[in-house]
Each structure stands twice: as C-alpha cells, then as structure tokens.
Design a protein around this ligand. Sequence first.
Ligand code: CA
Length: 229
Amino acid sequence: MADTLLIVEDDPQIRRVTEIALQTAGFDTEVAGDGAEGLAKAKSGRFSLIVLDIGLPEMDGLTVCRTLRKSDDTPVVFLTAKQDEVDRVLGLELGADDYIGKPFSPRELVARVKTILRRVAPPEPEGNRVRGNLHIDPATHSVTFGGQPVTVTSREMALLDILSKRPEQVFSKSQLIDGVYGVGFHIADRTLDSHIRNLRQKLSAVGCSDGIETLHGVGVRMGACVGAA
Ligand code: CA
C-alpha cells in the first residue's frame, strides 16, 4: 500500500505543485490549508510523513509541529521561505526530520521525502526482552513495567530497543542518534535528550524510576528496572 503524506500549505499554488509531485512519485496525499486543520489531520496518525509549511496563517508550522510532537513522531519536512525560519527550525529542537527552502524543485522534495521514509522504516522486529520488571516487545510495540502498560512513541521504542539489547553497554549520544534516526543523520543532542527525558518520565510514572541511567559526560545505559528509588 502506498504511503499517505499530508501537505500543510496555505499557498494554493505551492500546495498543488507539491501534491502533484508527490502523487507522481506514487504517494497518496491529503492536504490542509492552515495550521489548525493540518494539526487535526496530523494527529490522526494516518500519515507516513508530513510536509509542513512554516508560514501559515494563525497557527504557524512550528507551533503545529511542537504540538504534534507531544503525542506523535510522524516525520516532518518543513517548507521554509526565509533563512530566519531555518534558524528557528534548527534552534528549537522541534524534532523536524528535514527542511527544504522555497523555492524548491519537486524532484528535490520527492528525493528528500523518500530518504526520510527509508530511514524511518521500522526495523525487523525481534523477540521480546525482559530487564528487571520491564518487558519490551518491539514486534508488538508493547512496553510494560510490573504488568502496567507504558505508552511509548516509535522513537522511544527504538531507544529502548537499542538500550535493552545490550543493557550493560554505555551508549554515547551519537551512537543513540545513529541507532534511532539512522547513520549520518544529524539532529541536535538536545532532541535526543528530550526523547530520553520523556521516556524516563513515562517509566517513572509506572514506578520504574531506575529505567535509564545517565553517566554524565559518558552516555546512557539501561538501568536495573527493578523500581528502586
Ligand atoms: Ca505559507
């Protein structure tokens, strides 16, 4: 089945050009003409990727992305019209997967989209793993601690997957970024930090206060996951 992409762009001409380019490349598309509509559609989780203009009336693309990221990590490619928008994308650790400056060629957009979709394709699932009272099953996207379910995003699952495969190993930030996002992909350390922080909070909320251990200046490894303070 073809990937369905969401295009959020207020300029009808750019929206149409983008739509045609992506459809010609074999994708299904849906469109939204403003940020609120885009966010509502994006939250449905039906999309493999979102092409998101930054300069939107009322709710801008950065706000859409920031809001979406609280519950969802669908890849986002920003469309930027100005250098200061690029700076804001890079500076705000929004978890954007890429950005493309206007004017852009449809071919360039399609190439970027395909690269990201390849990168985020889920790895072959492996069997479930147990660490202390924590059960992780990447195949069914399920995490439980002492039987209590923990709802994680796909990035958080990727992070847990990597850490729990070699629970004694201390992973550097760059190793984790390579593992979660793919080798050669550049994201800010702070973006990774926020995934780790969110995951740790979710684990703590069910009593797993020793889920992830940070060794300052070295990296991160799996904790004992027995629920000790
Ligand atoms: Ca615009």
